[in-house]
Design a protein around this ligand. Structure first.
Ligand code: ZN
Length: 170
């Protein structure tokens, strides 16, 4: 296992669309385990392969209070979505910025686990937000893309300003 570098917006590589894996083998398991380690080190609750510049379609998530229950989703697909919720979201690829994003309240997802076995899971609340956020990454999207054009421009400006400030101060 190794910690991976997380790409930061507006890196164009965040726009790449991740491709399904043919099977979950040792290489894929090693990637997922490194992603889990990277997610914990960055204090995130989810991380998609796109964010660590890998095009294999997988994300990891841990929304447990104790951060001791990581889940791995290879080739995730949302089967059903229902309801609506608005949640304040952040992103490890857009540090320092959060925004209210509207998403489905309940999603049913199908994926392959670390052993390559297919499973289905229906979740609501934070887990549902996280799954939709991470699948967006696998499709080359970030949460900015879910905002109104005005809000998006405003937050991108704020983000750029903050990044310039960071480079000036080292
Ligand atoms: Zn993100």
């Amino acid at each position: 296992m190794a910690q991976l570098d997380i790409l930061e917006f507006p890196d164009p590589r965040l726009r790449k669309i991740a491709q399904p894996v043919a099977a979950v083998g040792d290489d894929e398991r090693a990637l997922a385990e490194s992603m889990i380690e990277t997610m914990y080190a960055a204090r995130g609750i989810g991380l998609a392969s796109t964010q660590v510049n890998d095009s294999r379609r997988v994300f990891v998530m841990d929304v447990s209070d104790a951060h001791d229950a990581p889940l791995v989703f290879f080739n995730p697909e949302i089967l059903t979505r229902s309801g609506e919720q608005v949640c304040e979201e952040g992103c490890l690829s857009i540090p320092g910025i959060t925004a209210e994003v509207r998403r489905a309240d309940v999603v049913k997802v199908r994926a392959l686990n670390l052993e390559g076995v297919s499973f289905e899971m229906e979740v609501d609340g934070l887990a549902a937000v996280c799954i939709q956020h991470e699948i967006d990454h696998l499709d080359g999207k970030v949460f900015f893309d879910r905002l109104s054009p005005l809000k998006k421009r405003m937050l991108q400006k704020k983000y750029q300003k903050q990044r310039q400030g960071a480079s000036v101060s080292g």
